[in-house]
Design a binder for this molecule. Structure first.
Ligand code: IMP
Length: 213
């Protein structure tokens, strides 16, 4: 199926593209379609914002659309930055400033109290069809300094509890590697987005039944 990955975030697009392509879909992006669209994320939940994005991009493209809204929830910060993850520092999408602010706000928080989780809500919208939401979470903790260069966003600060193995199984993250120190497959197998997309893949045959897509 040809799907639009509804995001303007280059790091997120890369992940959505590789996960969807691994599932056998053909992926296009807003940029490739010449769509200059930045829907306002007025929702208070990841699911609401995923839906807002999917609806806007599906309406504009007429294509089956997959949108992800995601973020980092830190226990010691009462769940912040949460749905405000992309704009934690006050500007949208400044990863370096977001990471600096997170480290500053956790400066006095000891090792044992730095639990966090990444959350993803993936919305699938077929033209003229219903909206379907799938969610995924990845538990972990926040490190004391950035480590690793892969990925995007908070990846260099987030240490997942588990990592993916080449055969698709998972193992405890004994070395304490951050998301940014994982290979693509190691992250996708355990990541919030990978898990939400796996749930979507499982449900998709039924959603597509009879649509001819
Ligand atoms: P959204 O585009 O409004 O969903 O914003 C998501 C924000 O959450 C991104 O800008 C990142 O700051 C953060 N985020 C979501 N997923 C990831 C991830 O896999 N790694 C690192 N940061 C992420």
């Amino acid at each position: 199926m040809k799907v639009l990955a509804a995001t303007n975030n280059a790091g997120k697009l890369k992940e959505l593209r590789r996960i969807l392509e691994r599932m056998g879909h053909t992926v296009t992006s807003p940029r490739e379609l010449g769509l200059d669209l930045d829907p306002e994320e007025t929702g208070t939940t990841f699911a609401e914002n995923a839906r807002i994005k999917a609806e806007a991009f599906c309406r504009a493209s007429g294509l089956p659309t997959v949108a992800d809204d995601s973020g980092l929830c830190v226990e010691a910060l009462g769940g912040a930055p949460g749905v405000y993850s992309a704009r934690y520092c006050g500007r949208h999408g400044d990863d370096a400033a977001n990471n600096r602010k997170l480290l500053e706000n956790l400066a006095a928080v000891p090792e044992g109290n730095r639990a966090a989780k990444f959350v993803s809500a993936v919305c699938v919208l077929l033209p003229g069809g219903a909206c379907h939401i799938f969610t995924g979470e990845c538990p972990g903790r926040i490190g004391f300094a950035e480590q690793g260069t892969n990925g995007f966003g908070y990846d260099p600060l987030f240490i997942p509890d588990w990592v993916g193995l080449p055969d698709g199984a998972t193992s405890p993250n004994a070395e304490g590697r951050t998301y940014a120190q994982l290979a693509d497959g190691e992250k996708d197998a355990i990541s919030h987005r990978g898990r939400a997309m796996a749930a979507m893949a499982k449900a998709l045959p039924e959603l597509l039944g009879g649509t001819g897509l």
